[in-house]
Design a protein around this ligand. Structure first.
Ligand SMILES: [Ca+2]
Ligand SMILES: [Ca+2]
Length: 286
């Protein structure tokens, strides 16, 4: 098609030359045919895809073409990248883009499906990759803290979403090199398995894709039963003759096998334990 149009242009130009006398009329056909044989055809516009967006500062950006690595290049210190994938044939492609941050953590892949016709360049702008994410532990106990962290665009708001039966949002801010972290107290979460992911909002209001998810568990608080005072040796809620008889049974023993009978924990069952028991005599212990 394009070559055909170009040929017609040559013919027209040759005709103009012949009319103005620059070229003899007889030479018209010869000139045209000779030119077609020898000239370089006009350059066909490239068939390409341009991907532009935000990854992580000074990270490595990987472009996948139909699942295979096509290009890897660095993002700049402000996390921006601009990559052209050229020399493509017409057709439909899926391009994946992901970043690997300075700590070697790979972020989520953003995918784009593009249908190209020959000589067309498709430019995809505004890509904002989801943050990288990691957790400092996979299991959490009541009273402990988990730290979620990763990298995103610099100086951006970072929203962290932690989901189990309910979803909770925790906010933080990335540094000038894109690092973010957020500590979360176990007391702010329900017991069970949680998934966490994040996304960033940069200074221009751009919203990133979600990060990948990390999973962690929060153990349920240990149920606390009734607490019995130490002299209530049989744990029936009273300090009475039964406890006294147990004390007598172990009287004089060192490191007695009964866990409670050495009331003051000095490794011997003696008058001191008995006096403590007397102090609590008939006390209700629950
Ligand atoms: Ca008792
Ligand atoms: Ca004792």
């Amino acid at each position: 098609m394009r070559t055909g149009r170009w040929l017609r242009t040559l013919v027209a130009l040759a005709a103009v030359f012949s009319l103005t006398g620059a070229l003899p009329a007889v030479a018209l056909d010869v000139t045209v045919s000779a030119t077609v044989e020898s000239a370089t055809p006009p350059e066909t516009p490239p068939t390409a895809v341009v991907l532009q967006g935000i990854a992580y500062p000074s990270s490595t950006v990987t472009i996948l073409k139909n699942g295979a690595v096509a290009v890897q290049l660095p993002a700049d210190p402000l996390a921006k990248f601009n990559v052209t994938v050229g020399s493509l044939a017409a057709g439909s492609y899926t391009f994946g883009v992901y970043g690997t941050d300075a700590d070697g953590r790979a972020g989520p892949t953003s995918n784009f499906t593009v249908t190209l016709t020959t000589g067309t360049t498709v430019t995809i702008t505004g890509i904002f990759l989801g943050p990288t994410i990691a957790a400092d532990r996979t299991a959490l106990k009541p009273g402990e803290t988990i730290t979620l962290l990763g990298t995103t665009s610099p100086s951006s708001a970072v929203h962290v979403y932690v989901s189990s039966a309910e979803e909770k949002q925790f906010d933080t801010q990335s540094t000038t090199v894109g690092a973010w972290s957020r500590q979360i107290l176990a007391s702010d979460l329900l017991a069970g398995t949680h998934t966490a992911r994040s996304k960033a909002v940069d200074g221009e209001g751009g919203i990133s894709a979600y990060s990948d998810t990390v999973t962690f568990t929060l153990a349920a608080a240990t149920p606390t039963g009734p607490t019995y005072i130490r002299p209530d040796l049989n744990e029936d809620g009273k300090v009475d003759l039964i406890d006294f008889s147990i004390l007598l049974y172990y009287w004089g023993q060192r490191s007695p096998s009964h866990p409670k009978v050495d009331i003051n924990q000095d490794s011997v069952v003696n008058i001191i334990d008995f006096s403590i028991m007397l102090f609590y005599w008939t006390a209700k212990s629950v």
